[in-house]
Design a binder for this molecule. Structure first.
Ligand code: AMP
Length: 218
């Protein structure tokens, strides 16, 4: 299979991007490639690279572009990504966007989706966000697991992400506004951007995304 969809999903931290990306990747049968998840997995494994990445993540800082381009080049080169992919959290800077364009050539993305949620709303969401340390399932203070802070799916500990502190969140949102938000213009100029309102019930948002994306991929 060589003609699967190639999607890039943008959205501020806390926009619900992780949840919606899992569903979208399933819908289109492509791997969900989240650079944040990859870095967190490396950090949990305790590799030298992972521990270095953790320092950046805990400080709310982006890793250098050359490192991230190496990570994504290796990931997109794996067999499961030959038939398409969904990128979540990459590209994040103009340098990464240029590097990706160079890497993909004319096999670039089909479409970019911007899951739009205001800064005010995401700050509230992130401070209440909790995540299973074992399998990554996302919960919130308002919608906790059924059994104390143990994951409904795997029984793992449900905790606050180390980089979900207020100071780190503030830094990450500033980085998004300065470095990532301008990338949206690049896709909009090429008529490759769909913007979806990311406020509301997650199922409703999934329907909104599908309604916006499906016709563009036909
Ligand atoms: P995320 O889960 O996408 O919010 O990513 C968590 C953290 O991982 C970010 O705050 C960065 O420290 C790091 N990270 C993830 N993706 C990238 C990227 N494309 N470029 C640089 N750093 C990244």
């Amino acid at each position: 299979m060589t003609d699967g969809v190639r999607l890039i999903v943008f959205g501020r931290q806390g926009a619900g991007k992780g949840t919606q990306c899992v569903r979208l990747a399933e819908r289109y049968g492509v791997p969900h490639i989240s650079t944040g998840d990859m870095l967190r997995a490396a950090a949990a494994e305790g590799t030298e690279f992972g521990l270095r990445a953790k320092e950046f993540m805990d400080a709310g800082q982006l890793l250098p572009d050359d490192i991230m381009l190496g990570v994504i080049e290796e990931r997109l080169g794996r067999p499961d990504a030959v038939g398409g992919w969904l990128l979540d959290g990459f590209p994040r800077t103009p340098g990464q966007a240029d590097g990706l364009t160079e890497l993909l050539g004319d096999k670039g993305a089909d479409l970019a989706v911007d899951l739009d949620v205001s800064e005010e709303v995401v700050v509230g969401r992130i401070s209440g966000r909790r995540v299973c340390a074992s399998c990554g399932t996302i919960y919130s203070v308002a919608a906790p697991p059924a059994d104390g802070w143990k994951c409904d799916k795997c029984g793992g500990d449900v905790v606050q992400r180390a980089d979900d502190t207020e100071e780190s969140v503030r830094k990450r949102l500033a980085a998004y506004n300065e470095q990532t938000a301008p990338l949206l213009a690049w896709f909009a100029e090429r008529d490759m951007l769909v913007t979806v309102d990311g406020v509301g019930d997650p199922d409703e948002i999934s329907r909104r995304i599908a309604a916006a994306v499906d016709p563009r991929l036909g």
